[in-house]
Design a protein around this ligand. Structure first.
Ligand SMILES: Nc1nc2c(ncn2[C@@H]2O[C@H](COP(=O)(O)OP(=O)(O)OP(=O)(O)O)[C@@H](O)[C@H]2O)c(=O)[nH]1
Ligand SMILES: [Mg+2]
Length: 249
């Protein structure tokens, strides 16, 4: 009689452990975005939209979540959706989609989220392709800050550099934007590595695989793509295809 009770208890314990493990594996790690009454918690796989102010991130967020870009103003807080379904519907489960404000003083929340979460499927780094590549320094510094977190994670986060506003006659082709960013990133990495070596910290040239040669985005641990698109014209196929591809990775 005693033996049967112990046996049943053991079976129940085993089933409970298995169920908990399955839930943990499928839900990933819960992360929270924002604070106070705006605090949101998700355990779904996450896609992030980041990049400089005015590049069109909230417009893309609206287009992906509602089908219309709508009118936007400069964001002061992150836009958050925890019921984002993939454009193609290849995966039936829901994703979290988070658009972070681009203003330089509002970037900390993005960096904290990037550091804290282990469940990020990809990051869209949106840039305004109508901005003169000669003025790319600030954008490259922002991208450097993002990469110095994402490249250090056990599994580097894949990145889509989305060159928005391609319908504008002043827009530059993605190849030109990529070249300008790589050149600028190379200089930042070199400068920071020298500073850090002086302070006895780890050499960034190894993180960014640049020692001796010119920096290329292809050298990174993560897969980085650079594609043009226009939220205004709802011409965002390459970015949607990238979301689909990364969702199943
Ligand atoms: N020409 C053009 N304008 C666009 C496009 N996408 C967005 N915009 C405009 O660009 C401006 C900035 O767009 P937002 O989506 O607010 O930019 P954001 O990146 O969210 O900016 P922050 O919230 O300040 O970080 C708005 O006036 C949009 O209407 C596009 O594809 N083409
Ligand atoms: Mg915005």
């Amino acid at each position: 009689m005693m033996d049967t009770t112990v046996y049943i208890a053991l079976v129940i314990a085993l089933i409970t452990t298995a169920a908990v493990l399955i839930i943990i594996i499928h839900s990933g790690q819960a992360i929270s975005v924002g604070s106070g009454s705006k605090k949101r918690v998700t355990s779904s796989p996450i896609f992030i939209i980041a990049g400089p102010s005015g590049s069109g991130k909230t417009s893309l967020f609206n287009l992906l979540t509602t089908g219309e870009a709508g009118k936007t103003v400069a964001s002061q807080i992150a836009s958050f959706s925890d019921s984002f379904m993939l454009p193609s519907g290849v995966e039936k489960f829901k994703f979290a989609l988070i658009d972070f404000p681009g203003h330089v003083k509002l970037r900390q929340e993005l960096f904290t989220t990037l550091k804290a979460s282990s469940n990020i499927r990809g990051l869209i780094f949106m840039v305004d392709s109508t901005v003169d590549p000669k003025r790319v320094t600030e954008t490259a510094e922002f991208l450097y800050d993002v990469l110095s977190i994402t490249e250090r994670k056990p599994q580097a986060i894949d990145i889509m550099i989305a060159c928005n506003k391609s319908e504008s006659f002043t827009s530059r082709p993605p190849t030109m934007i990529k070249d300008a960013l790589e050149k600028e990133l190379g200089q930042i990495i070199e400068r920071k590595s020298k500073d850090l070596k002086g302070a006895g910290e780890d050499d960034l040239t190894t993180v960014f695989a640049t020692s001796g040669s010119a920096f290329k985005l292809d050298h990174l641990e993560a897969a980085v793509q650079v594609c043009a698109g226009s939220v205004l014209n709802k011409d965002i196929d390459p970015w949607q295809a990238w979301l689909d591809e990364n969702a199943t990775n």
